[in-house]
Design a protein around this ligand. Structure first.
Ligand code: GLU
Length: 489
């Protein structure tokens, strides 16, 4: 019986969770869900200079925000913990001892200066092989032992077997991959300060955590043959691999800060919903059937297949993400919409959570006015700012184009009087009144409604007029129309 897959996402907390990292995490997570497997979160914090606790927390929060629950990992524990590499140093030491016992590794005493000089010389000679020249591989074991005993600094290198030939593996995305072991140098597994290198720590952990599939970015493809040699030296089962193509910006270069925001957090702060991100990111290299664009997280977990991932690099398309986000925003209930927009309204200084809690119905009534116009929640505050405060700032261009036109004042005057006499302030009744004014003045609706729109919302472009009037209330609408009359022609 095949065992259920075990996969992991292993971010290095040297920065925030990048969009590309998030896609890797999603693929691992969805694969585990689809297969009834286990998703492990491991924090690869072996780089002491660049790893920070704060980054770890930001990554964990981003994972939680996206709704990617891990089965084992920080805060959860699990049978194969700890899940921070800095807490696993003992297992790297034990693994190294095993490799020493089988002479799969050897100590190397070459200094950095010596290595630099060798590399320079190789370059000058025009050698195609510029890796380590294996000098220390041939030091007799007892001589090496006495140099270690005398305290001579050394690293441990893996012995690439002489006759290893080709390291071949099947990659779920890229198919057959083959690397000539002859071009792999005897790479370092343990540094002189006793810390493991990435290629060693990763394999020791992935083996100890019983990983069955390694799904990661193809920036690690060239590490894979080296890691396979470590699995073989440890006598561990080599997992399956799936290397994901990079995400590119519109210019065809690898997605980076130059293209704009890259961290998951910044997308949250721009007002993307987690469901939209969980829909868009998987599309960068996968789709349920090649055409479906919108799918729920549940569908993703049901339909995700590793062997349907494209090997072509995907291009990040902010417009498509916006469109998808809009679909999710439109599907929110008014109550959920208000919850989602609350932090954005608060940040813009329009209302506090307390104001919102005290007037839920009013805030919920705003949402149908804007949901067809909003791609991201950070667009909400500028669009609804006119609904707050007694007065409104009139946009210069709108004044010039609408209020400063002959007859605008008379229109405002007629509308003011008609609205003043209104017995109901419901949008539909206000519209009836407005249309009555059009008839009376024998003017097209646009001629009558545009000046009112500018007067009340401050701009020619706004959410629907009569609903806005209803939300603003009689007193503020009439006052704003009177103010505008003073500047109208
Ligand atoms: N910590 C590594 C990284 O963030 C993990 C790579 C891997 O998945 O093996 O790149």
């Amino acid at each position: 019986m095949a065992t259920a897959p075990r996969v992991r996402f292993a971010p290095s907390p040297t920065g925030h969770l990048h969009i590309g990292g998030a896609r890797t995490a999603i693929y691992n997570w969805a694969f585990a869900k689809q297969q009834g497997g286990t998703f492990v979160l491991r924090i690869d914090d072996t780089d002491p200079e660049r790893s920070t606790e704060e980054n770890t927390q930001v990554i964990l929060r981003a994972m939680e925000w996206l709704g990617m629950d891990w089965d084992e990992g920080p805060g959860k524990g699990g049978p194969d913990g700890p899940y921070f590499q800095t807490e696993r140093t003992q297992s790297y030491r034990v693994a190294l001892e095993r490799l020493k016992a089988t002479r799969a590794v050897y100590p190397c005493f070459c200094t950095t200066e010596e290595l630099d000089a060798k590399r320079r010389a190789a370059r000058e000679r025009g050698d195609s092989f510029q890796g380590y020249d294996r000098t220390c591989r041939f030091i007799p074991p007892d001589e090496a032992a006495s140099r270690i005993a005398a305290g001579e600094p050394h690293v441990w290198r893996i012995k690439v077997p002489e006759d290893r030939g080709t390291v071949a593996f099947h990659d779920a995305v890229r198919g057959e991959c083959r690397f000539d072991a002859g071009v792999l140098d005897d790479f370092v597994v343990m540094r002189s300060d006793g810390t493991p290198t990435y290629n060693f720590a990763t394999v020791v952990d992935d083996a100890a955590m019983h990983m069955t599939h390694i799904i990661r970015g193809d920036d690690h493809l060239s590490n894979t043959p080296r890691q396979i040699l470590v699995y073989e030296a440890l006598g561990a089962v080599v997992p399956e691999f799936a290397h994901l193509s990079m995400i590119l910006g519109a210019d065809g270069k690898r997605l980076s800060k130059r293209h704009g925001a890259t961290s998951v957090e910044s997308y949250r702060d721009m007002g993307y919903l987690p469901e939209a991100i969980m829909n868009y990111l998987p599309l960068l290299g996968w789709s349920p059937d090649g055409e479906t664009t919108l799918f729920s997280t549940n569908e993703l977990c049901e339909r995700f297949r590793l062997d349907h991932i494209s090997r072509n690099p995907a291009v990040f398309d902010p417009e498509k993400l916006d469109w998808i986000n809009m679909q999710y925003l439109r599907a929110l209930t008014p109550a959920a919409y208000v919850d989602a927009m609350e932090p954005f309204i608060e940040r813009a200084g329009l209302a506090t959570p307390r104001d919102i809690a005290g007037d839920r119905a009013w805030f919920e009534a705003i949402t149908p006015l804007i949901s067809e116009r909003i791609h991201r929640l950070d667009q909400v505050a500028p669009m609804i700012a006119y609904l707050f405060g007694d007065t409104v700032e009139l946009d210069g261009k709108s004044v010039e184009k609408v209020l400063a036109k002959e007859g605008a004042r008379d229109v405002l005057c007629a509308m003011h009087d008609a609205l003043f006499a209104a017995t109901s302030w419901a949008a539909a009744d206000l519209e009836t009144i407005g249309r009555g004014v059009c008839e009376k003045l024998d003017l097209k609706p646009k001629k009558v409604f545009q000046p009112v729109r500018v007067a009340v919302t401050g701009s020619m472009v706004s959410p629907p007029l009569f609903e806005s009037l209803e939300l603003l209330g009689r007193r503020r609408c009439l006052a704003r129309i009177r103010t505008a009359m003073a500047v109208a022609l």
